[in-house]
Design a protein around this ligand. Sequence first.
Ligand SMILES: Nc1nc2c(ncn2[C@@H]2O[C@@H]3COP(=O)(O)O[C@H]3[C@H]2O)c(=O)[nH]1
Ligand SMILES: [Mg+2]
Ligand SMILES: [Zn+2]
Length: 506
Amino acid sequence: MDSVAEETSVENVGEPVVGSSPVKRQVGEEDDELSEVEPDAVPQEVREWLASTFTRQLSTARKRTDEKPKFRSVANAIRAGIFVERIYRRLSSATFLHLPPEVTKILKRVDEWDFNVWRLHEVSTNTPLRCLSYELLNRYGLLHKFKMPPATLETFLTQVESGYQKYKNPYHNNVHAADVLQTMHYMLSQTGLMNWLNDIEILATLMAAIIHDYEHTGTTNNFHVMSGSETALLYNDRAVLENHHICAAFRLLKGEESNVLVNLSREEYREFRSLVIEMVLATDMSSHFQQIKAMKAMLAMPDPSALDKAKALSLVLHCCDISHPSKEWTLHEKWTKQLLEEFFRQGDKERELGLPYSPLCDRNNTLVAESQIGFIDFIVEPSMGVCGDVLDKVAALSIPATPTISEEPQKQLNEPGGPIKRPVRPSGVVGTEVRRPWQDYLAANKTRWKERAAKDAEVRAEMALGHKNVNGDLEEENEEDFIKEEEDKGANENLEEADKEEESAE
Ligand SMILES: Nc1nc2c(ncn2[C@@H]2O[C@@H]3COP(=O)(O)O[C@H]3[C@H]2O)c(=O)[nH]1
Ligand SMILES: [Mg+2]
Ligand SMILES: [Zn+2]
């Protein structure tokens, strides 16, 4: 049987940018982005955190292979998808990983923006990443297409899941990876993005999400650099964590019992590896501003083929990685709590090592609500906006303006457990406009943080005014200061009185 579908190039509209010139960013260029931030719009500490997290000297140079993207005709893909589905259904029951019924029940909502990955974490007895990865690789027909041996798949997914728990991180763990994977699945399946990709590109996109924070140490790149860690030494202080995630994952993929790529051709493996490396390296936050700027420039070009596929997929993964502020409040609030605890544990380490606190890492002096308002305003909202623009552009490229197969946009993309059919018009697209469910949640969450910030400010004011400690007593040393302050104030008032009398006497 030929590949999943006859590769017929409809038209070479996706010509990649050949030999993308090395992008050497001038130092301080993205600092200009920060200069737009009104100095008093955010507290100094939030500004510092923005600067230390999202700006860094960066240069990338990569030669793109001169590949000609082939667009399979949608009709062929649907026919082939149905064909694969029939064969694969028979095969899939033979596979190892049998999902418990309550997991299958939760996964019925995997196509939704509101999917609750914490529920999946609970019902899967802390194997959300393994269950979700298996379900999606199966539903996209990739287990069959790339003949992944079931036992090998089971070993690989089990080892990836445990690698995410190596450092017992509150945030950067297997649940975060599952969250990013499910969000990427939403982008692929509900916006038509998958129609723009061939099977290797879909495999690489899902795998990049699965491994993007593999063996995360629970500390930032800054911490690795400042503390001179072995990993920072190994990667010369550049994208330290991201380089480790990729290297450690590919080392796993080379292992005899965990090499799920064993049946890929040499060319397929090269294409897969190159895309996964580019996508995961692009999750390094220090390349954020440069990435957004470059994508905006690419989107502004009139020629649709200017949209570089690897860069577009990298941006979408980066947005999935910082997407929880654009999810329902209870999910976002929980992620925030987990992340800040992870930052505070780093701060505790910095104090022990005699290092200065990194921004947001001092558990006694961090303005959580304010920092989240800053994160949403300056990072997440702009990023999700550009992500929506990329998806609109891709939808215009790859989804015919009028449905050719069925008038009705497919309601339920796929019955759970069955392979993904390539939808002509996924439910998340109206015309060629991609729905943006994240917008309302971002606005609602920002309002919640502003309310929280106002309350926090009141509490701080009372604490300062009343010089009350946490159990409400006047503190001795404060009492003396307090009395001194009153005396000074009194003295000042007398001085003002005297000045006024002098003026009136003249
Ligand atoms: N301040 C802040 N940073 C976040 C939040 N969510 C994600 N991030 C940062 O964005 C980074 C994205 O890549 P990582 O997941 O490696 O690490 C993440 C955090 O450092 C958030 O809610 N608030
Ligand atoms: Mg990361
Ligand atoms: Zn991440």
